[in-house]
Design a protein around this ligand. Structure first.
Ligand SMILES: Cc1cc2nc3c(=O)[nH]c(=O)nc-3n(C[C@H](O)[C@H](O)[C@H](O)COP(=O)(O)O)c2cc1C
Length: 324
């Protein structure tokens, strides 16, 4: 059984991947989608969205990271996949689930679920373009407007060469509206031989139990649930091993918040760092009542130094000076 941290553009970046994978329980993570249009991307694009490539494609905790590509041109995707592998990508994941209008308009993401032949052609070409030892995997929604074509899509992906398929159990039309239709994950798993991962609406250990029961699959990908409850993968891993499950307290979360903020301050422009912190804090309010108070305090704050003080990391400048 594997537990994966979901790719989340604009949310799960290098910083959050680093902080979350240190908690434990996550077997692998994925970059935000890297959009491929009509040319070979510059190395700087990969450096920006997948900086872990420079450290063996692992987060600091040692969790392997996959590179996700999004596009519709099989040859161009194949060329970029091969380039990503040359830069160190150990697995190429293909995105067939993005619901964004701008992306779908230019024939990327979930809109491709209307064209199973194209899904097949993309995976086949990417498979052909990357070294044989590099797995190609895919992430799909159930369909665009309806799940009627889900099994055809999954078969197209598997027959094209996808070694694993993550199913975000909703159509594009359903957006992120609950529920996720885990029963469809079971249908997809019946239709293909490759491992299928269940994804969508797993926020708690109980959700995971129900998802496993309904979907019948062991492998799972966690998105917003893990961001708002950073020890969710660790809880699931403990439960599945028959060990006692202990929930992370708000106090235990503090060093993670501080570390997140330290990195945000170092890596992002001062006008962006507070927004990223508020984004994560906003999600933590779902699981931690204490986050509600902190969120209310920093909500209107855009001054990085005042946020340093709030989070108890007032000596950042000295830390940086000492680090040279
Ligand atoms: C802010 C945000 C960004 C996302 N970006 C990506 C992405 O880059 N690639 C992808 O395959 N899915 C992306 N997703 C979808 C998630 O990976 C996941 O499938 C979805 O959130 C459902 O899982 P969850 O209910 O556990 O969050 C994104 C979702 C969110 C909320």
């Amino acid at each position: 059984m594997q537990i994966a941290l979901a790719p989340m553009e604009g949310l799960v970046d290098e910083i959050l991947r680093d902080v979350l994978t240190r908690v434990g329980g996550i077997d692998w993570c994925v970059t935000e989608f890297i959009r491929v249009c009509d040319r070979l991307l510059a190395p700087s694009t990969f450096e920006k969205l997948a900086p872990e490539l420079a450290q063996g494609a692992r987060t600091r905790a040692g969790t392997p990271m996959r590179v996700q590509l999004l596009g519709s041109d099989p040859v161009c995707l194949g060329d970029n996949a091969a380039f990503a592998c040359a830069l160190g990508a150990p697995v190429i994941d293909l995105n067939f689930g993005c619901p964004a209008k701008t992306v779908n308009k230019s024939r990327g993401g979930a809109v491709l679920l209307k064209e199973p032949e194209l899904l097949h052609a993309i995976v086949r070409e990417v498979r052909r373009s990357v070294p044989t030892e590099i797995p190609v995997t895919a992430k799909m929604r159930l369909g665009f407007d309806s799940p009627d074509g889900a099994l055809d899509c999954a078969r197209a992906l598997a027959e094209g060469g996808a070694e694993q398929i993550v199913v975000h159990a909703r159509t594009k039309a359903e957006g992120y509206k609950p529920p996720a239709h885990w029963e469809w994950v079971a249908r997809v798993q019946e239709a293909v031989r490759v491992p299928v991962f269940a994804n969508g609406e797993v926020w708690t250990l109980d959700d995971w139990r129900r998802c496993r029961e309904v979907s019948g699959v062991e492998d799972i990908m966690l998105g917003r649930g893990l961001v708002s409850r950073p020890d969710l993968a660790r809880q699931i891993a403990a439960a599945r091993a028959g060990e006692a499950v202990r929930e992370m307290t708000w106090e235990e979360l503090q060093p993670m918040l501080q570390e997140f903020w330290r990195q945000a301050r170092r890596k992002l422009a001062p006008r962006y760092a507070p927004g990223r912190l508020k984004q994560w804090l906003g999600m933590l309010t779902r699981s931690y009542p204490e986050a509600v108070a902190l969120f209310a305090e920093v909500r209107r704050e855009n001054d990085c130094e005042r946020i340093d003080a709030w989070l108890g990391v007032p000596d950042l400048r000295r830390e940086w000076a000492e680090a040279g």
